[in-house]
Write a protein that binds this ligand. Sequence first.
Ligand code: SF4
Length: 375
Amino acid sequence: MSATTARSRPIQMPFLEGPRVLDPDEPAAGEITRYQVTKYYRDLVAASPYRDQLKHIVEPSLQELASPGELDTSGEADNTVVTGLQHKYAETGLLLVTDRCTSYCRYCFRKRIVGKDSDEVAPDYAAVAAYISRHPEMTNVLMSGGDPFVLSTRKLNAILDHLLPIPHLTSLRFGSKTTAFFPQRFHDTELPGLFARILEAGKTPIIVSHFDHVGEITEEAATSVRMMRDLGVQYLNQCVLLGRVNDDPQTLAATIARLHEIGSRPYYVFQGRPVRGASHFQVPIRRGLEIVRGASQQLSGIQKTFRFIMSHYTGKIEILDIADGRLYLRYHQSPRPTEIGHIFSRPYVEGACWLDDMPQDRPEPSDDRTLVRTP
Ligand code: SF4
């Protein structure tokens, strides 16, 4: 079917505000993320005491048609070195292995890819492996997308065929929200063999789970984490600070505490990105700091293993504090290693949700854009 034919078909969507048929000529209609939610997650939301919060994760809103922003907020195109492989930070390769997910999050920062037939997914893993082999500084690969666990275990094994022989890779990560959307995936009897291969190759398998709300961490989800941990898989969790979902200290603290309990170490709490069609989820940075600080005040030291991070075009920036009208930040990760650890500040503009919402009035570590990368 031609793109024109697909585009001219009316799009029916069950928006939170009520069902609506999108006019295919509306510019936003062509960009709106596919609506798909697993039965497991739909049932979970319907029965949850947190229904009003969880529904915003997967149910579309008409606000998506009007939210301003960009489709590539962290420079993924600029950091792509081989189709499907990004090399922004020296030690880490980011590999797009699929454009599909079990369910689609309305706030996804890869709206440009997910649920579509994207040409950004790696088509040639031999070429990917050849690049990584030439870069001994790369010690780990994060498989992402989309969600790697929508792929069959056979397909994941085929990707590993290319990655496991590379001696300088010490860990392989899978970024996945499947633990929240479809934990039954981890009952696949072929998965123990997949993780055993990684361990036998001397590498550490890591699943970066993506629970945003304590209501997503069901017994089924906890069981799947326990099963994978018993196989030697390490777990980290990243979540996004989301308006109307988890933007209060109690919810964030309960989520972090529950993650600690099930053994998925809280890792990043991300500031929402100014993504076109999803920027209505952003929480102003001042409020974000209040939430993160308020949550931290309810947690023990061993639970507070996360950082509040803005994943910006220039690097991963830890959001520290607002003092004397200035927002203080620190490079946590950067393509230019000399920036890492440096604190800098900008005059805080009330309501600002992103670094670029505030003027730069002083030299900053990232002003030196010199980056030497061998091909
Ligand atoms: S599961 Fe991940 S990649 Fe897929 S829509 Fe959600 S946030 Fe985006």
